[in-house]
Design a protein around this ligand. Structure first.
Ligand SMILES: Cc1ncc(C[n+]2csc(CCOP(=O)(O)OP(=O)(O)O)c2C)c(N)n1
Length: 558
């Protein structure tokens, strides 16, 4: 066989099962685009910004659990991808970014559109490559897939100089596609110790995060919770692991968690942490997090163990394997006193949802959209108050239903991630809750949504402000609203219309519920504009740096 480097890349991607690639062409990746144009198996999504391409890939990967690919050219194309890559690193999402680079002989000469993509991406990738010969591609591409998906997933960058793309290679055999490695072998004594601690605990709590979703084990985790009667709290990344209305699901913990959730954590005597990294938005002041609890920490990434909080016992391995071994060792227990205590906390300090029945209110629109979208809709958000409200009240049913930028907290994530989700799951409705600050960060990819006619329903709660920032100024900076209110209003409805998207405006609308229902029932992209007041806080809120028990707002009697 004889192929160019660019053809080898495309054929190897096909052999990996890739069917969709988002990206933008330029001088340094045109050979790859030329080869991609010949592919009958891969569809290309031409975005309007490389960050959008990265978030589309993330949307596909988050929904499918499989690595997704995006392309960019050298220089500005590559630098435009960096935020999406860093975002994938912090949320452990397997994406592969393939960039064009100036020819090998020109590297280091400040050539046109030359930037050190390899160097720039070192700290924000799981692994990265600067490919120096066409031969290398045969192991770099499968290896990139293996690395992105194995252990704790993450992003990989492959930078391919233009002359490597055009070089011709003769070879006999295609390499095997790269796949996720099996998890490390478990140490049975570690699992037995964890089981003994769980069996001895009177007030245990499961604390579950994105790692559980990555390992695909939510059924086993539910079995563990039910067998031991162990109430469960979820991180922002873990929403969907348990159905929202399961009696053992105490919902999201941390900065915007419900009062009863954070209060139960104060009282637990054992925290069984799985696939979590003790992120500061979840723990609040670490020294005061779960002050009465021993900790069992379970994770595939040994570098997470004892990183923030020292565990009493830890188990390294794939959470699926660990639960398999752990489940038979855990005693069936009623834990009646603890169940009763948790139920009484829930009754005394419930999650207060202001104006829940009003479909034009910040919370009400989320709840009404959820009702209309059905149980298996996918939900993406941007970053801000709308994100926290959605996390607090959306009735999630299953893993991989929820896409949010948890670690990096990137405004601009939501809409392109929703496009990626819709491409990966074309039969589902995808909701995208966004704010007027966030949508502007990648608004250009409304064109991409329109061109591909994806079934995404963008719900913009427009407070003409950077709401979550403004809320902090309100609470912690003496109401000095500096640089958080926009001076003028933007006509988002006209903008969306300009992009060719169907629009639905709640402004002066007599029956917002009917309008929302109409938007949801019409296939294809929709833009729903919901004007709200900037003075609508998201409560409860743990002040940054404070302990979770010091949360403010959201009391039942307010
Ligand atoms: C790229 C980026 N820049 C700045 C921030 C800081 N930030 C966090 S939330 C927020 C306000 C978001 O406003 P909007 O999207 O309108 O949502 P709202 O809070 O009003 O619902 C800002 C500026 C961020 N998270 N991401």
């Amino acid at each position: 066989m004889k192929f160019s480097g660019a053809e080898i890349i495309v054929k190897l991607l096909e052999r990996q099962g890739i069917t969709t690639i988002a990206g933008i062409p330029g001088g340094a990746n045109l050979p790859m685009y030329d080869a991609l144009g010949q592919s009958e198996k891969i569809k290309h999504i031409l975005t309007r910004h490389e960050q959008g391409a990265g978030f589309i890939a993330q949307g596909m990967a988050r929904v499918s659990g499989q690595p997704a690919v995006f392309f960019a050219t050298s220089g500005p194309g590559a630098t435009n991808t960096l935020t999406a890559i860093a975002d994938a690193k912090l949320d452990s999402i397997p994406v592969i970014c393939i960039t064009g680079q100036v020819p090998l002989s020109m590297i280091g000469t400040d050539a046109f559109q030359e930037v050190d993509t390899y160097g720039l991406s070192v700290p924000i990738t799981k692994h990265n490559y600067l490919v120096r010969s066409v031969e290398e591609l045969l192991h770099v591409i499968p290896n990139a897939f293996r690395l992105a998906a194995s252990g704790r997933p993450g992003p990989v960058v492959i930078d391919v100089p233009k002359d490597v793309q055009t070089a011709i290679l003769e070879f006999d055999e295609w390499p095997a596609p790269g796949r996720r490695d099996p998890g490390p072998e478990l140490i049975p004594a570690e699992v037995e110790r964890a089981a003994a601690m769980i069996n001895a605990a009177e007030k245990p709590l499961l604390y579950l995060g994105g790692g559980v979703i990555q390992s695909g084990t939510s059924g086993d985790v539910l079995a563990l919770a039910e067998k031991g009667n162990i109430p469960t709290v979820l991180t922002l990344m873990g929403l969907g692991i348990l159905p929202h209305d399961h009696p053992l699901n105490l919902g999201m913990l941390g900065m915007h968690g419900a009062r009863y959730t954070n209060m139960a954590m104060e009282e637990c005597d054992l925290l069984i942490a799985a696939g979590v990294r003790f992120d500061d938005r979840a723990t609040g002041k670490v020294a005061e997090f779960c002050p009465n609890a021993k900790i069992v920490h379970i994770d595939i990434d040994p570098s997470e163990l004892d990183k923030i909080k020292t565990a009493t016992a830890s188990v390294t391995g794939d959470i699926a394997d660990i639960l398999n071994m752990l489940l038979p060792l855990v005693d069936r227990q009623a834990r009646a006193d603890w169940m009763e205590r948790v139920a009484s906390l829930k009754a005394a300090c419930p999650m207060i949802v202001p104006d829940a029945d009003n479909p034009a209110s910040p919370y009400g629109v989320i709840l009404r959209a959820a009702e209309l979208a059905g149980n298996d809709a996918i939900v993406a958000t941007d970053v801000g108050q709308h994100q926290m409200r959605t996390a607090q009240v959306y009735p999630f049913e299953q893993p991989r239903q929820w896409l949010t930028s948890g670690g990096l907290g990137t405004m601009g994530f939501g809409m392109p991630a929703a496009i990626g989700a819709a491409l990966a799951a074309p039969d589902k409705t995808v909701l995208c809750f966004t704010g007027d600050g966030s949508i502007m960060m990648n608004i250009q990819d409304l064109a991409t949504a329109m061109e591909n006619n994806v079934n995404i329903k963008i719900i913009l709660t427009n407070n003409n402000a950077l709401g979550l920032v403004r809320q902090q100024q309100d609470l912690f900076y003496g109401k000095r609203y500096y640089a958080s209110d926009y001076a003028r209003r933007v006509d988002f409805v006209k903008i969306a219309e300009g992009f060719g998207i169907a629009t639905y405006d709640f402004e002066q609308c007599e029956d917002p519920a009917a309008l929302l229902a109409e938007a949801m029932a019409t296939p294809g992209p929709a833009f729903i504009h919901v004007p709200i007041s900037p003075d609508e806080p998201v409560y409860p809120m743990v002040p940054p740096g404070a302990a979770n028990c010091e949360m403010i707002g959201g009391e039942a009697n307010v």
